[in-house]
Ligand binder design. Structure first.
Ligand SMILES: Nc1ncnc2c1ncn2[C@@H]1O[C@H](COP(=O)(O)OP(=O)(O)O)[C@@H](O)[C@H]1O
Length: 204
């Protein structure tokens, strides 16, 4: 049984107002997308509520917890510890008993980079984080439309967007996003689906 009151209180302690607003937007987007694509809306609500649980932690604390939980998997996480808020958040949520469902914990864990083999709930949370109503970046409308039509195409376009953004900023690129993108393309090819036209616009 989900203890919403306890989760709300834990979130208020950890997240600032801006992040709480974002979280509510992710909940709305995730529940709508879960209904659209046949994922469990209550699992989507729980994962969305908790997806940024570790977001407010300072970099040195994320690194310390990342080492304690053994979740550091890429040099980009050492260079840019904010990337660890996803896997560390999943571990904290589990440790504090806020959620136990493996699908929910996986959706929290992979909501930043994605992971090859990711399931429906993981895809829904990854995309909801990117297209929630408060997001406003060039191309977000394209992603919103794609997410209505084809979840995997939307995910591919979102990954392209994120990868292009990281390259533009000159930071280390976490290979998780690249592996996830390659996995999605290979899956589509295996299923005989047409190669998607890259949705990356010049604005990205
Ligand atoms: N593959 C990657 N390599 C490096 N940085 C990444 C990668 N994927 C996402 N990021 C960055 O990690 C940060 C956190 O991502 P995310 O959880 O989606 O962010 P947000 O804080 O916007 O909810 C963002 O700055 C994003 O650009």
């Amino acid at each position: 049984m989900i203890d919403l009151a306890r989760i709300e209180e834990a979130l208020r302690c950890r997240l600032d107002d801006e992040r709480l607003r974002h979280t509510r937007g992710v909940v709305d987007a995730a529940v709508a997308m879960a209904r659209r694509w046949g994922a469990d809306p209550e699992k989507a609500r729980l994962a969305a509520l908790l997806h940024d649980y570790a977001k407010g932690l300072p970099p040195e604390r994320l690194l310390e917890l990342g080492r304690r939980f053994g979740v550091i998997a890429d040099p980009a996480e050492e260079a840019f510890p904010d990337l660890l808020h996803a896997p560390v958040g999943a571990e904290l949520v589990r440790e504090e008993g806020l959620a136990r469902d493996p699908e929910v914990l996986a959706a929290i864990r992979w909501h930043t980079t994605g992971t090859p083999g990711m399931g429906l709930l993981e895809k829904v949370i990854w995309l909801a984080d990117m297209i929630e109503p408060g997001r406003d970046f060039p191309g977000v409308e394209i992603l919103r439309r794609l997410a209505e039509r084809d979840l995997d195409e939307a995910l591919l376009a979102g990954l392209d967007h994120t990868i292009a953004y990281v390259l533009r900023t000159g930071r280390l690129l976490h290979l998780g996003s690249v592996r996830t993108r390659n996995w999605l393309l290979a899956e589509r090819r295996r299923a005989g689906k047409p190669w998607p036209v890259p949705a990356v616009s010049s604005a990205w």
